[in-house]
Design a protein around this ligand. Structure first.
Ligand code: AP5
Ligand code: MG
Ligand code: ZN
Length: 217
């Protein structure tokens, strides 16, 4: 199962990824999470990408592709993966095809989470995240059991630097056209499953499960 999760910032990729990895036992590989970890650890990669992340701009393809190539080469990704936030550009999509072809593999599913821009803005501005395990919450739509504390690991929740209004509008601008192009790219190849991402979290997951299982029960 080689799955790509496509969707604009705030569409719910990270939220749904938690349930997918639990049920389908595939690693969740999120380039945004990997970049944020590098930034927090102040590694050379982290220093290089910090400004892009904070402003909401895309990190250059070359860096991003190298990161994913290394990650997909690790043992836990050999029997499938869920890629969240990659690819985001056509060159990234082509590079991914190349990496998989080298292993005699190909993508099995591309899940496209569709959410309107008005809803995305509400979600991003109210989001709080766990810096320790990456879980996402929302003050109104998905509150943690105990305010400010992660349900999964007890970490203290924070607001992401790129969830400030200035960065949110840059992220949407950076991704709108590219996401549309990628959805067409995968649609033409018969891989795309478009999911209504605007419904409650559990309903969205039911649709995802059906798409991944290939049945419609
Ligand atoms: P990344 O971390 O991938 O950010 P993003 O694409 O902007 O997506 P988000 O993580 O913001 O949204 P999400 O879809 O995961 O939503 P979530 O589940 O949290 O990338 C960050 C940065 O890294 C980029 O800007 C770029 O700089 C760099 N980068 C990463 N990948 C790159 C690449 N391939 N190339 C170049 N640069 C790259 O949900 C959002 C909120 O909504 C939460 O509060 C949640 O609780 C709530 N919510 C979720 N589902 C629902 C629902 N059904 N109903 C109501 N509320 C909901
Ligand atoms: Mg995310
Ligand atoms: Zn946590």
């Amino acid at each position: 199962m080689q799955v790509v999760f496509l969707g604009l910032p705030g569409a719910g990729k990270g939220t749904q990824a938690v349930s997918i990895t639990e049920e389908f036992h595939i690693p969740h590989i999120a380039t945004g999470d990997m970049f944020r970890e590098a930034k927090a650890a102040k590694t050379p990669l982290g220093k290089e990408v910090q400004e892009y992340l904070d402003k909401g701009l895309l990190v250059p393809d070359e860096l991003t592709i190298r990161l994913v190539r290394e990650r997909l080469g690790q043992a836990d990704a050999r029997h499938g993966f869920l890629l969240d936030g990659f690819p985001r550009t056509l060159p990234q999509a082509q590079a991914l095809d190349g990496m998989l072809a080298e292993e005699g593999l190909g993508l099995t599913h591309v899940l496209y989470l569709l959410v309107s821009e008005t809803e995305l803005l509400q979600r991003l501005t109210g989001r709080r995240v766990c810096p320790d395990c990456g879980a996402s919450y929302h003050a109104a739509f998905h509150p943690p059991r105990s305010a400010g504390v992660c349900d999964r690991c007890g970490g203290a929740l924070i607001q992401r630097a790129d969830d400030r209004p200035e960065a949110v509008s840059v992220r949407l601008r950076e991704n709108l056209e590219r996401t549309r192009m990628l959805s067409e790219f995968y649609e033409k190849r018969g891989l795309l499953a478009t999911i209504d991402g605007e419904r409650p979290i559990g309903h969205v997951y039911d649709e995802i499960r059906q798409a991944l299982r290939g049945d419609h029960s």
